[in-house]
Ligand binder design. Sequence first.
Ligand SMILES: *[C@@H]1O[C@H](CO)[C@@H](O)[C@H](O)[C@H]1NC(C)=O
Ligand SMILES: *[C@@H]1O[C@H](CO)[C@@H](O)[C@H](O)[C@H]1NC(C)=O
Ligand SMILES: *[C@@H]1O[C@H](CO)[C@@H](O)[C@H](O)[C@H]1NC(C)=O
Ligand SMILES: *[C@@H]1O[C@H](CO)[C@@H](O)[C@H](O)[C@H]1NC(C)=O
Length: 967
Amino acid sequence: MKKIPLFFLIFSLFFNESLQNCAWDSCHEPDPDPNVITAHLIPHTHDDLGWIKTVDQYYWGAKPELVPVGVQYIYNTVIDELLKNPERRFSFAETGFLWRWYSSNGDSERHQLQRLVKTGQIEIIGGGWVQNDEATSHYIDIIDQMTLGLQKLSQIFGECGKAVTGWQIDPFGHSREMANIYAQMGYKSLYFARIHYLEKELRLKNKTLEFNWSTSDDLETKLFTGAFFNDNYGPPEGFCWDTLCGDDPIMDNEYMEGFNVDEKVDAFVAHVKKQAAHQATNQVMLLMGSDFQYTNANTWYVNLDKLIKYVNADSSKKVKVIYSTPACYTKAVEKQKPTLSEKTDDFFPYASGNHSYWTGYFTSRPAFKGMIRRASSMLQLAKQLDVIADLGPEDDSDVEILRQASALVQHHDAVTGTAKENVTRDYEKQLARGMSEVEVVINDFMKKMNPGSLNSNLVLCPLLNETICTPVKDVDNFTVVIFNSNGRCFNGTIRIPYGNPYADVKGANNESLNYQIEETFQVNQLKNENRSKYEIHVYLRVPQLGYTTITVEKIDKPEESSKKNMDVGPFQIGNEFLTAGFDAQGYLSYVIDKTNNVKRSIRQEFFYYEGVDSKDDQPSGAYIFRPKAQQPIALSSQLTLEIKKGSVVNEVRQKVNQWVSQVIRLPKGKNYLEFDWIVGPIPKEARYPITKEIVTRYTTDVHSKNQSFTDSNGRQAIERFYDGATSFEYSDTEPVAGNYYPITSFGYIKDGRDQFSIITDRSQGMAASNGVVEIMIHRRCFYDDHFGVEEALDEPGRDGTGLVAMGKHIALFTDLATSAKQLRPLVLETFHAPVLAFSANQNLDKFRFNRKPEYSGLKEELPPYLHLLTLEKWHKKLALIRFEHIYHDDGPQSDPYAKAEVFDEKEIFTNFDIDVSKLLLLGGDRDREPPKFRWYRIKNGRVTIQSLPFTIEPSEIRTYECELERK
Ligand SMILES: *[C@@H]1O[C@H](CO)[C@@H](O)[C@H](O)[C@H]1NC(C)=O
Ligand SMILES: *[C@@H]1O[C@H](CO)[C@@H](O)[C@H](O)[C@H]1NC(C)=O
Ligand SMILES: *[C@@H]1O[C@H](CO)[C@@H](O)[C@H](O)[C@H]1NC(C)=O
Ligand SMILES: *[C@@H]1O[C@H](CO)[C@@H](O)[C@H](O)[C@H]1NC(C)=O
């Protein structure tokens, strides 16, 4: 890098800064008179990245017969209207659309947009690629999608692109962790519309629609948060001037018919006063816009100009109207220094009415939710490999495809399962494409890391979950490279589809591995000719942030075969740590911890609820869960069983009925139980089909009473109460649905001694009562629930008979003292599940040719408390690295782990050192620490702060922009 004198650097920074006058620096002034209410008009549009139409159809305005809107026109016409009058303001969210517009337009249009942002007529709000969901999005995905959006915004707009307003106006409930993420990214405020109707009533009464949200016990972060006065994010009644609306314009020519200025002014002033009566200050925010509005911005602005003119003309009304933006409104409120109440819990579940609990979407479209999680973990791997091997621009673009696809599906109508079927297919297509690019990245990585080796031609098998890997289906001998994106090494079992009953499996150093070959679990649900007949369960170690290689070779001589027995009567399976006991019907009934001989009772069963249909005005549907009865219906007590015992696998295979089956497994070397559930196709009656919502229920002897915990986007644990709410008086109108909470990664119950936790591989809904954890795993709803998608959640699946979904629960009992220590690392290990890449090359020696069979990107495992959350390429040849402290202050049991740690390893990576680095806020677009001179050193013309060693607080995430020195 060229040396740039320091004074020039500072000078140019200063100079650039002074050219810009971002929205928050150029606000229209509120009325100084305390007796005058200032009405902030916030022109805005809410543009879903897919819902009724696909994201690109929405962008272009294609398929007008579905919805006659196109986002490209919104940008075009808003820009035109803003240029006409510098007083006008607009706020844009959803960077994914902004980027589409920006990359589809020429320089002159781009400059117009840039200028409007840099002169403050446009405020960029939200900042993320999408307005992500808050119940079902994983925190890593939220951070990634926010980072992607903010990065593009910085690139296009510089300082004024660094959003300060959190904008979650549509998501169906709000998580504490989302607010915490915004706070850590340096946001000043957060706004949204949807909160539980009972909490809303209370906040209106208390004048606490605006409050300080305490977003983390550990970090003590706080965020100014405002819930809207209206139950939506639209304008007051009678003031909707979009072409999609039906309200009268302001007609201000007395000599023409329809003159309505006085009427409009009075109605407007009345609304403002009504709203002001529920607000803590005399500032009132009015949302002038809604879904896909401003396709013709002229209709809006002509009328808003007039509204401002006529209301302000009559000072006796004591209302001043100004064009504003969310940041300007926040500034005006802050200036009044209102006393704000504090909130510590979250906004789940969300209910828009006493029978409308939005708890179905926690589980809707389980297969899609599973795919999203898998894609997310593969994205982390691809980003890491790209940095470690310093791959070229083509690989960077491959990674970018998955990055954008993964960001896209975090949208609050995507991962939620609330988009139309065809739109969901489009999401899946984009994700699948992104995931297939990882294959290219993996091969380029292998090539670069192993110069001189032959092409590896590794392939990924997207249907490995169904024991399908066509490239090696009829191959006797092949190689598998197993990647681990976790900063800790993986010790566990992987499963490989195989065509023969006998094989020899060897590790990276040609050593024999511990493995077991079993027939694949044959269920009608997964009939597919490509399913392998056998599966090799291999117990192995994969180094941290690295890979290992194994080879599979066919042999003739039978290995000692595992016992296959159809026990009658009660029976047990066991591994090194646990014994699991089953009753005579084959239901799990207890677990014994071999280390201390403690026996805990546990029963697992499947049930289903029948959903309310369209005879009632609130059916159960994609968003809403509304069962007909409070007690679910048990599925068959006649289990068909297969038991497999061996050195690696000990499992019980249960067929519950034609469409539900499960494997309960005690994996080698683990002190937990795995439940691999397979559900579907959920039956559909020919006439008057009945909605069915399938749950798995774990009944334990933990005396948890009415208390339970669910994770917030996979990070903090939030306390829940059965039949109870923390911010308002609970009402029992929906006894089942009202007790459902989202889990992204885990949930648990505990008493004074024990904890029972469930870890999931995708987002789901969970309800817990005394000793019982119930999780909804699949649903098929035959009626629309009237929240706009206008389609039943009737997933046809691959063959049209209904979707089959499979997934995994990990269940573990821990004594309270070790709960945090066991749970947290396991949650991460589940996220970073190994990625298997296959080489069908029969000649194993040839594959080994010049290739490192094993590699680790980290010299040593990271300490247990530390998670390498991000390792990705960053602009200007830099890297972005995030370290996360995985322990949270979750109560006394986590005390020994939730403490500040000093990390002082200087050289942790194998292929590079972190040369110089700068500590950033979580979003990566702004500095975290104000420059402190003595910490500075200048290297290569860059002003930097050294990163290592550092102290990291419980639950803290440290984000570094790093320059790497390659070895
Ligand atoms: C509303 O006010 C009551 C009485 O002061 C208070 O107990 C309650 O916590 C407040 N709730 C909210 C949500 O503001
Ligand atoms: C979904 O897309 C397919 C193929 O484009 C089309 O034939 C079908 O009518 C669409 N279905 C719905 C419900 O829009
Ligand atoms: C697979 O490996 C076995 C054992 O090394 C060998 O006998 C066999 O010929 C190999 N098969 C092929 C198709 O290369
Ligand atoms: C297996 O994984 C693929 C890719 O994520 C997914 O599309 C499919 O639905 C999964 N199969 C089942 C039965 O869940």
